[in-house]
Design a protein around this ligand. Structure first.
Ligand SMILES: Cc1ncc(COP(=O)(O)O)c(C=O)c1O
Length: 411
């Protein structure tokens, strides 16, 4: 290292977030670069779930709905997510998968737009977003889907549209869409915006109301570390919420669920986006993991994230030169989310070989090696070691071993 380039150890020593790593249970010998897919386990979750299972459920049984306030968990967990989105407490609710939450908000947005039943999205959007959109299109005979891509101005496709539905950070490349500019284009055209923040929340500094989101949803199991299948969050702009209705209105989104009346009346505010009984165990895990963010500055997170993704690009390009890796994430830090992706025609076996050496990233079809960097627990030393391991696998052709060729169900 020259004087101009600090060593990884120096960067770790100066890192104000470094101590947070101690609050995660990370297996020895593993460099975990997949927190953009499934976040690591926060140590407190184990004890919290043991308490919820043994004491709240086991001993107190149904009394825990009131005693432990299970009833309000979707909103109290939402209150922990609100600052990460840059919105106010009381505006976020948590429950169900992201796909289901997307269905609710998309249908709600279309309902608000009356006869403007056109949704604009990207063909490169995460597939579940497109599938949910298509499912809705099949239900609504007048609905039309239009695709936008960067080669044309958004205004060209937004004419007459009711909704612009986009994912903020692309799951393959990590490219950040300009929320403020695209939302403004949608609003000028008279459309509402629906943003999928799955790869944004917990790694970017967000201010979604300022940037023109009308509806937002996202995953709880990526940078928020809520555990496998953790419930998703939903936010609706306060100016719209009291008019909003959606097609999955269920009893726990009712104004008075325990009145048991046959007619639906929505609860005030975001509570109306609860459909059925909440996933108490999963919400408790997510609630516990979100405590990690207390006192953490999102600008510090973003600063570290950009430094880490830049360092990984720089180290991989220096160590692995001539081995066929092509960076497909934006080189400019401001345009890049918390991940770095490289294309390589043998991406799958290379990633398997890396995982076998304890460096865990993932593979996305057709040829993408994807590495996610959670600033809460990834160190600069991890980054340098991962780059060296990748270089060693490429240099020695270790990835050509037959055991790395067969595709597993989850890649
Ligand atoms: C951008 C995006 N949206 C939605 C989802 C799916 O979320 P869920 O499985 O909670 O429906 C994912 C999953 O990776 C995603 O990356």
């Amino acid at each position: 290292m020259t004087n101009a380039t600090p060593s990884a150890e120096e960067l770790d020593a100066q890192d104000p977030l470094a101590a947070l790593r101690e609050r995660f249970s990370l297996p020895a010998g593993v460099i975990y670069l997949d927190g953009n897919s499934l976040g690591a386990l926060p140590i407190g979750v184990h004890e919290r779930l043991t308490n919820v299972i043994d004491r709240q459920w086991g001993d107190r049984l149904i009394r825990s709905w009131n005693e432990s306030d299970w009833y309000n968990l979707p909103l109290s967990v939402g209150d922990r997510i609100a600052p990460l989105l840059g919105v106010n407490k009381g505006e976020v609710v948590v429950g169900d998968s992201t796909s289901v939450s997307l269905f609710r908000v998309l249908a709600a947005a279309l309902r608000l737009r009356g006869d403007r039943q056109v949704v604009v999205t990207e063909r490169e959007n995460f597939p579940t977003d497109l599938y949910i959109l298509d499912g809705l299109r099949q239900l609504l005979p007048n609905m039309e889907v239009r695709f936008w891509d960067e080669s044309v101005s958004p205004a060209a496709v937004l004419d007459g549209a009711g909704v612009l539905m986009l994912t903020h950070v692309d799951y393959r490349t990590g490219r950040i869409r300009d929320m403020r500019e695209l939302s403004a284009a949608a609003h000028t055209a008279g459309a509402l915006t629906v943003w999928d923040l799955s790869h944004s929340t917990g790694v970017l500094e967000l201010d979604i109301a300022r940037d023109g989101a009308d509806f937002a949803i996202g995953c709880g199991y990526k940078y928020l570390n809520g555990g496998p299948g953790a419930p998703s969050y939903t936010w609706v702009a306060p100016a719209l919420i009291e008019q909003v209705r959606h097609p999955l209105e269920g009893w726990l989104g009712h104004k008075s669920p325990f009145a048991f009346v046959p007619e639906y009346e929505p609860a005030p505010g975001i509570r109306r986006f609860i459909t059925g009984t909440q996933q108490v165990l999963s919400l408790a895990a997510l609630d516990e993991s979100l405590k990690m963010w207390e006192g953490v500055s999102m600008s510090e997170i973003r600063r570290k994230s950009m430094a880490q993704t830049s360092r990984f690009i720089e180290r991989v390009e220096a160590e692995c030169k001539g081995h066929g890796l092509t960076l497909i994430s934006p080189r400019e830090g401001q345009l890049r989310g918390g991940q770095v992706s490289f294309a390589h025609e043998d991406g799958y076996p290379i990633m398997q070989a890396l995982i076998s050496r304890g460096v865990i990233g993932d593979f996305r079809t057709p040829n993408i090696l994807r590495f996610g960097f959670s600033p809460l627990y990834v160190s600069f030393t991890d980054i340098d070691r991962a780059a060296v391991t990748l270089a060693e696998i490429l240099r020695t052709d270790a990835w050509r071993a037959p055991e790395f060729a067969s595709k597993q169900t989850v890649t």
